[in-house]
Design a binder for this molecule. Structure first.
Ligand SMILES: [Zn+2]
Length: 348
């Protein structure tokens, strides 16, 4: 009997380009939502673009968050209920979007993603990551109903946020390899379509490396396009597998033992260099990943991350404990193997 079924949740409207922030209300109108919008933002995006959102939604209530935390999620849930909001608009970098995504899940309403930095694939995906104490919780939620990515705004974001977004995409290479491996060894469900889309996204980004430069609005265009299609790959797969493998486990472990040192994308990029080495050996493709990262100005070494070698080794040898996700790290790599990988790849 055929009893397979799947539910793919995708953003319905994706607007990308110069000045599209001013089309936000038009994009929202098209969704036929009921109730009032509620704006979730943080101080600097609010300063840069808050008024342009308020102009389009008369009398919109809002919350400005200093950080992403479960407390912030509670704050948004309470304030949005108070305002009797029908849906949320998240304006900002990672923080307001992660918080709004989780709050909309709790409120059982939709949210619109309006990123002001192209720093990671969470601006489009259904995954939300919120720090709690010395750990980060990655929670499954619905992806945004719409994404409005204004490249003019995104191009003005600090450059390292854009290179972090690039590195998050480049890490798709190893994420897909880990997924295929888990499929072969552990019978984890694999989607060829999602795997191919994710890999192609990374290839296209690397192929456009020459157009990814500070001060060039086209960079923001290329990176957001890649973040959108990476998010779509995750939606098709119904999991973060197409964009999250051992390099993400390594980064999550760094967040635990050395919180706040480096950006998520930069950590997964460096992780990807080493996990690619585990996949394909000394003469393997890790050099391609390293070269792509360095061309775009993303870190490729522990020093550039601002994290010491010992911490890198600790994170690499314990990353497999983070969650039950089979990757090239298997049941853990030995300290000697970790040191060798990190040394040969020049990470330490
Ligand atoms: Zn990521």
């Amino acid at each position: 009997m055929f009893d397979k079924s799947t539910w793919i949740k995708l953003p319905r409207n994706v607007l990308q380009g110069h000045g599209v922030l001013d089309d936000l209300s038009a994009a929202v109108d098209e969704l036929y939502l009921s109730g009032d919008p509620f704006l979730v933002t943080s101080p600097s995006p609010d300063r840069i673009a808050g008024d342009r959102v308020r102009e389009q939604f008369d009398g919109i209530s809002s919350v400005s968050l200093d950080r992403a935390s479960f407390e912030s999620v509670e704050r948004v849930v309470d304030a949005a209920r108070e305002a009797d909001a029908g849906y949320l608009i998240a304006l900002g970098g990672g923080k307001p979007i992660d918080v709004a995504k989780m709050a909309s899940d709790r409120l059982d309403c939709g949210f619109i993603s309006v990123p002001t930095a192209a720093s990671h694939d969470g601006i489009v995906s259904g995954r939300s990551s919120i720090p709690e104490g010395d750990t980060r919780h990655s929670v499954a939620a619905d992806p945004p109903l719409a994404v409005v990515a204004d490249t003019e705004l995104l191009a003005e974001a600090p450059w390292e946020l854009t290179t972090a977004g690039c590195a998050d995409i480049i890490s798709n290479y190893t994420a897909v390899k880990d997924w295929e491996l888990a499929h072969r060894l552990k019978n984890v469900e694999y989607s060829e379509y999602a795997g191919a889309l994710s890999q192609m996204t990374a290839e296209m980004l690397v192929g456009s490396a020459d157009s990814i430069k500070p001060g060039l609005e086209e960079s923001a265009w290329i990176v957001t396009k890649a973040l959108v299609s990476s998010g779509v790959a995750m939606s098709i797969a119904g999991s973060s597998r197409p964009a999250s493998g051992a390099e993400h486990l390594f980064s999550h472990q760094l967040d635990r033992i050395a919180p706040g040192r480096a950006l998520h994308g930069h950590q997964v990029g460096v992780g990807s260099i080493m996990t690619e080495y585990f996949h394909s050996g000394a003469r393997g493709e890790w050099t391609d990943i390293r070269d792509a990262l360095s061309t775009m100005g993303a870190p490729t070494t522990a020093d550039e991350l601002g994290i010491d070698g010992e911490t890198i080794i600790e994170a690499l040898t314990t990353a497999h404990e983070i969650r039950d996700r089979y990757t090239i790290l298997g049941n853990g790599v030995s300290e000697e193997a970790a040191i060798e990988a990190a040394t040969i790849t020049g990470v330490i």
